[in-house]
Design a binder for this molecule. Structure first.
Ligand SMILES: C[S@@+](CC[C@H](N)C(=O)[O-])C[C@H]1O[C@@H](n2cnc3c(N)ncnc32)[C@H](O)[C@@H]1O
Length: 251
């Protein structure tokens, strides 16, 4: 088994914490510390109970007996807390494992192989891919199909992956300098087309519903097809989201 490098450890710890919505307490009172505290105090209480029991057996003092019971109760509570920590740790590990393999399956996580130079052994590890155009399109496709299948809702009314691919091929073939997309919705088609345009070309997408215009703007920005920060150069302005009624804008 090859040791994980420091980067892997830090990343896994962060991902683990981010996914665990009960994890805030772990920042101030981390699990390894909790285990030591529950274990040490529990063992101490149990040891105290044994000592007091020996003294009670020798001297018969009733106060010692009640202290034995008190110590055993404390030890039992701490033992339960310690057992919970081990159980919860296992639960989080298997949750992380399942989530990781699901992310690999849907393409959100990349699998790498690393060779340990000293032993020649290969270790497989994975990390989440950065959010880019592919990531956003996969996400919208999943909302359209997988997630609505479980919630019973309607798929999102986008052109979808099959027609989206055709659009991309057409854009790549004809290399238009300007594309006008009426009805952005969440910006799916605009992202598909905009990312295949030649350098310096532009897709203008128009949406009359403010909520969808805001969603499209956000996804286009996350797909890195619009200027990321005001102080950056304008070279990555490939998809412009315009709010308004396309019919009104014509006049
Ligand atoms: C079916 S969705 C378009 C899907 C999208 N092109 C895609 O696949 O990514 C239709 C969208 O057009 C918008 N829309 C309809 N009429 C419009 C108009 N006159 N001007 C701007 N947007 C309009 C609607 O609000 C809706 O969000």
């Amino acid at each position: 088994m090859i040791a994980k490098d420091e980067d892997d450890e830090v990343r896994e710890r962060l991902e683990d914490e981010i996914r665990d919505n009960t994890g805030a307490i772990s920042y101030v009172f981390p699990r390894p510390v909790r285990k030591v505290v529950w274990g040490a105090f529990g063992a101490n209480s149990f040891w105290g109970a044994l000592v007091l029991w020996t003294r009670y057996a020798a001297e018969g003092d009733e106060a010692d007996l009640s202290n034995v019971i008190g110590n055993l109760e404390t030890a039992a509570v701490l033992a339960v807390l310690l057992a919970f920590e081990f159980w919860d740790e296992g639960r989080r590990k298997s949750f992380r494992k399942n989530l990781t393999s699901r992310q690999v399956a849907i393409g959100d996580r990349e699998v790498y192989k690393k060779v340990d130079e000293s032993t020649g052994k290969v270790r497989k590890y994975s990390k989440l891919k950065p959010v880019d155009d592919d990531w956003i399109l996969r996400r919208i496709d999943r909302w359209g199909v997988v997630e609505t299948a479980t919630t019973g809702g309607n798929p999102l009314p986008t052109v979808g992956p099959a027609k989206g691919k055709i659009l991309e091929e057409l854009v790549a073939e004809h290399a238009p300098k300007l594309i006008v997309d009426v009805g952005s919705f969440v910006g799916y088609a605009a992202i598909r087309m905009g990312r295949r345009q030649p350098e310096g070309a532009l897709t203008v997408t128009i949406e009359k519903d403010f909520r969808w215009w805001a969603s499209a703007s956000r996804f286009v920005w996350q797909a890195k097809l619009w200027q990321q920060y005001p102080w950056e150069s304008e070279s990555n302005r490939r998809v412009e989201c315009i709010f308004g009624d396309a019919l009104g804008l014509q006049t």
